[in-house]
Ligand binder design. Structure first.
Ligand code: AMP
Ligand code: MG
Length: 422
């Protein structure tokens, strides 16, 4: 039986970043940049004021102080979005707002707080702009100015391929005048449940039937990882039905298949057989618990298929170890590692000797992480995942783990609202 690492390496060998496509910048959030972004402008495009105040010639106010104010004639006003109509001549100032272009002749901005205008209410300043002001402090040339190009220079490389796009990258793209950007396409992940026992959530539970939960868990996991789930529904346990569904998925443009169930040693476990007829199986069974019955193959035409186990917990654990990295690689990501912490195990854990993944609750006490198993660990007990926020990883060859020892714990999710764990 191959190890988790060998299995993952084999899967990743058959999976490649998808080609770039143009998307509107706002749609690119969380995707991976597939082009180099070079600035074709200076940002900001012109010297502008960093303060509300007065554009002045620094030399005029070099001696100003609160004890010895300097008087300047006010020659006009310039607001953000406009250009001053006149120059700042010696002995004059132009009232200026944050972001407004620096008028010609001026070389510094004096904050309004350092002038006599500070005492006048805003309404009065607007209705009756002073024609003369007292300046009560000195400024040096360049003070309170934002220089053209201080954020970005024309010709400068801003973003490199491989960058994961966040809000700030989208803002930079907008400030460069971009409306669309090239990112690696999101993979279409075909999701297929197998089993004669399965019925959909809106159907009655008749004798011997259970509800198809894996299709929904898998679709949600695919979406959370950044892929586009393409749901193919339930295939009965016959080679014919499974083959038909796989062909349907290929017609729908699947980049990856995720099946669940049908990969054990039972009489009706047909996924392996169909992988052999519709493509080539690369491996079956991985040295882990839960999740041993995992099959991986490549369909004729090159589309990979990950055959997840049927047991709902096994399917999820296997998704995190194998399908998640495959989807991330297709999305163009370069780091596939699952965020993990080192945690103290509060209660002894049993292990089978295979690589173990134990559902745990991670908490933080006195600056250290602690993990405790979520009770019943049966691979069909999906509520053990509901209670968990992590998977403690027990290395191969261990019969158990003593209380107080330390293990790596993969964090299942690390979303908003979990800041207390950081
Ligand atoms: P299998 O590997 O097909 O024998 O499935 C193993 C176990 O997982 C069986 O108890 C199945 O009933 C269960 N199972 C398989 N597929 C699903 C599914 N889509 N949703 C919920 N349970 C499933
Ligand atoms: Mg089955």
């Amino acid at each position: 039986m191959i190890s988790v690492e060998e299995a993952l390496a084999e899967i990743l060998r058959h999976v490649h970043p998808l080609p770039p496509e143009d998307v509107p910048i706002l749609e690119s959030l969380g995707q991976v940049l597939a082009e180099e972004i070079i600035s074709d402008v200076d940002i900001p495009p012109f010297d502008n004021s960093a303060m509300d105040g007065f554009a002045v010639r620094a030399a005029d106010v070099a001696q100003a102080s609160s004890g010895a104010p300097v008087r300047l004639a006010v020659a006009g006003t310039v607001a953000a979005g406009y250009v001053a109509r006149s120059r700042v001549e010696a002995g004059t100032a132009i009232r200026i707002m944050t972001g407004a272009p620096i008028p010609e002749g001026a070389d510094a901005v004096l904050p309004i707080e350092d002038s006599s205008d500070a005492e006048r209410p805003k309404e009065e300043r607007l209705s009756d702009p002073a024609c003369e002001i007292e300046i009560r402090s000195a400024v040096v040339p360049g003070q309170n100015l934002r220089r053209a190009g201080e954020d970005l220079r024309r010709g400068e490389r801003v973003l490199a391929p491989g960058v994961v796009i966040r809000a700030q990258e989208i803002g930079v793209l907008a400030s460069l005048g971009r409306t669309a950007v090239q990112v690696h396409r999101r993979p279409r992940v075909a999701i297929l449940a197998t089993g004669d026992e399965l019925v959909d959530p809106d159907e009655p539970l008749t004798a011997g039937k259970i509800r198809n939960s894996n299709e929904y868990t898998n679709a949600a996991l695919v979406r959370r990882t950044g892929g586009v789930p393409v749901r193919l529904g339930i295939a009965r346990d016959t080679a014919g039905e499974l083959s038909a569904k796989i062909r349907r998925g290929l017609e729908l443009g699947a980049d990856l298949f995720l099946t669940s169930g049908g990969v054990s040693v039972g009489d009706y476990d047909v996924v392996k057989d169909v992988l052999g007829s519709e493509g080539q199986m690369q491996f079956w069974q991985v040295n882990m618990k839960p999740g041993k019955p995992l099959a991986f193959g490549v369909l004729h035409g090159g589309v990979p298929l990950i055959g997840l186990p049927g047991n709902p917990v096994s399917a999820m654990v296997s998704f995190e170890q194998f399908a998640r990295p495959a989807i991330l690689k297709m999305l163009g990501h370069r780091d596939f590692t699952k965020p993990a912490v080192r945690a103290i195990i509060d209660e002894a854990l049993m292990s089978s000797g295979r690589r173990g993944y134990v559902r745990v609750v991670v908490t933080r006490r006195d600056g250290r992480y602690h993990a405790r198993a979520t009770g019943e660990q049966g691979s069909g007990v999906l509520t053990s995942m509901v209670k968990a926020n992590g998977l403690a990883v027990i290395p191969e060859g261990r019969g158990g783990v003593e209380a107080g020892s330390e293990l790596e714990v993969q964090m299942l999710d690390w979303p908003e609202g979990m800041a207390s764990l950081l």
